[in-house]
Design a binder for this molecule. Structure first.
Ligand SMILES: Cc1ncc(COP(=O)(O)O)c(C=O)c1O
Length: 541
């Protein structure tokens, strides 16, 4: 399979099964039908103006409209077409449905469709031909520019070929975390609250007493004392079924995802990934040459039935069931059991990313998916980046016993073993009770920040925005109910030191939901009212 194919999201037609799904799900379905229709066009020759309207009737449902939205229907239809022409999903010369047909398909009167078409004709996106119908203007640019494959670069030094899997990753931009500290930054714990003095003392004590044999290479699984401490913590607080020898210490959940993918998935293998999802999960799959199948997330978490329809033979599902990123949804009990059943029947794996669920505010902590698993299908991943500090670079994988030896072999071939210093200090930090104390303290602090943030949002925005996913973790998501361009607003906000994370960036499908992921971990209570007012000002501008 071509490297480009395997790294792109697979798109297939699925029937519209559920009425309870969010618009994101619908847009995915639209997108698939749309692309299926376009494939048909290509078979007929897309620029053939005499192509039969019957054949093209299917595409008419692909203009998403929302009757609850304040935006007039004609404008939604106009924008729907315009967006698809700009994105070159509709190509020059392609016939569009008659106004009567589109109105019927959309279940609206003909007036908004006539108005939308009139505007598209006036602006030159459409061209009318008497007796032939209406077409996408042939003068518009055709094929989208193909992203340049930079795996082979010719320079004065000759041909310099790199792996295509590496070349498909987006350009690396040096992160500027410290410059971006401030209201709403996502994924950021309040580092001012970290007991740095205690930590420093433990570092100093370790350094004074370091023994020569600790300078040697260690176990690929990590330091035994730390693995024991983590096992106790996970069994007690997260209901993980594990013994210390199942735990591998890694440099954060990112490395955990990488090692897990290398052990479980061959290049070209399909894997379910949440839509929307944490962007760096996608990168892991891209580098591995796997095929990420985007499965919609709704109010109950990953839609397992949609996943089965999209990719029944997927080898793995990557999920964050405790607090999905970015929507913050907690996966329902029904979906958890469906997912476990699917994995067992399909012989697939579930990779559970439990990155920030130490903090739950309105209900007692819920047990993890791994705790429900009776068939050792779940690989459980956790991190100390959120609960302590990100530069610690320590996380862990809980590995099913029969896979332990393979995980250790793969990890050894990557970086031999984790560095001992931070492992030793963290072990003492946990054993001394500082870890549990820090979690208790931060739960109070973050809980208060979240409470104030929710109150301020409700006061400033009323029903124009919806809050989702604030029950746990350090972020909540604000869904816009009106037409906004979240990326544009986030760029304007950054100029005023308000760090909004645009929700649409977490989607790969068409027409992503617009909104903002608001981190409250590092936003002090006193800063929140002003930050929410600034957000409102930017939205109203
Ligand atoms: C969904 C998700 N998983 C994992 C992580 C943490 O990664 P790491 O443990 O490598 O620091 C983050 C950090 O932002 C995240 O948002």
């Amino acid at each position: 399979m071509d490297a480009k194919d395997v790294t792109q999201t697979r798109l297939r037609i699925i029937p519209q099964t559920s009425r309870t799904l969010w618009p994101a799900r619908c847009t995915l379905i639209y997108r698939r039908k749309w692309l299926a229709a376009i494939t048909d066009y290509e078979q007929f020759g897309m620029t053939n103006l005499s192509v039969s309207n019957d054949k093209l009737g299917r595409i008419t449902t692909l203009i998403p409209i929302d009757r609850q939205a304040q935006k007039p229907l004609y404008q939604q239809i106009y924008e729907g077409f315009r967006a698809r022409i700009i994105q070159r999903e509709l190509r020059p010369g392609q016939i569009v449905p008659s106004t009567r047909q589109l109105a019927r398909e959309l279940g609206v009167s003909r007036f908004p469709v006539l108005n939308a078409y009139a505007q598209l004709l006036a602006e030159g996106y459409f061209l009318g031909r008497i007796g032939s119908g209406t077409f996408i203007a042939p003068s518009l640019p055709g094929e989208p520019p193909r992203p340049s494959r930079k795996s082979v670069v010719h320079t004065e030094m000759g041909r310099r070929t790199i792996a295509t899997t590496a070349s498909v990753l987006p350009k690396y931009a040096s992160p500027s975390w410290n410059e971006r500290l401030g209201p709403f930054q996502v994924g950021q714990p309040d580092l001012e609250q970290f007991p740095l003095k205690t930590w420093s003392k433990l570092v100093a004590r370790y350094s004074r007493n370091i023994r020569v044999n600790e300078l040697q290479y260690g176990d690929a699984m990590g330091a035994e004392a730390l693995r024991r401490a983590i096992a106790v913590y996970l069994r007690t607080s997260r209901a993980v079924q594990c013994e210390a020898d199942q735990i591998m210490i890694v440099s954060g959940s990112q490395q955990a995802l990488d090692i897990t993918t290398r052990v479980l998935l061959d290049p070209g293998a399909e894997a379910w990934i949440e839509e929307p999802a944490y962007w760096l999960v996608r990168h892991v799959l891209k580098i591995a040459g796997c095929c990420a199948v985007s499965v919609p997330v709704d109010t109950e978490g990953l839609d397992v039935l949609a996943g089965i329809e999209l990719s029944p033979k997927a080898r793995a599902a990557f999920v964050a069931p405790s607090h999905q990123y970015p929507l913050g949804v907690t996966m329902s009990a029904t979906r958890r059991l469906q997912l476990l059943d699917w994995a067992q029947n399909a012989g697939a794996w579930i990779i559970e990313d439990d990155y920030d669920s130490e903090y739950r505010y309105e209900s007692p902590p819920i047990s993890c998916l791994q705790g429900l698993d009776t068939n050792s299908r779940v690989i459980y991943i956790g991190t100390f980046s959120k609960v302590l500090f990100p530069s610690l670079r320590l996380g862990y994988i809980v590995i099913p016993p029969d896979l332990l030896e393979r995980f250790a072999a793969v990890r050894q071939s990557m970086d031999l073993c984790p560095s001992p210093t931070n492992q030793a200090v963290l072990t003492e930090f946990i054993k001394g009770g500082h870890f549990a104390r820090h979690i208790r303290k931060m739960r109070q602090i973050y809980g208060e920040r979240r409470r104030v943030l929710v109150k301020e949002i409700r006061r400033e925005f009323g029903s124009t925005c919806t809050i989702v996913g604030g029950e746990a973790g350090m972020h909540l998501t604000l869904l816009s109910n009106g037409g906004i361009e979240d990326r544009e607003i986030a760029a304007k906000a950054a100029a005023r030191k308000l760090w909004l994370s645009a929700l649409s960036l977490s989607y790969v499908g068409e027409a992503p939901r617009q909104g903002f992921v608001l981190g409250f971990g590092n936003t002090r209570v006193s800063e929140i009212p002003k930050a929410v007012r600034l957000l409102k000002e930017l939205l109203n501008a």
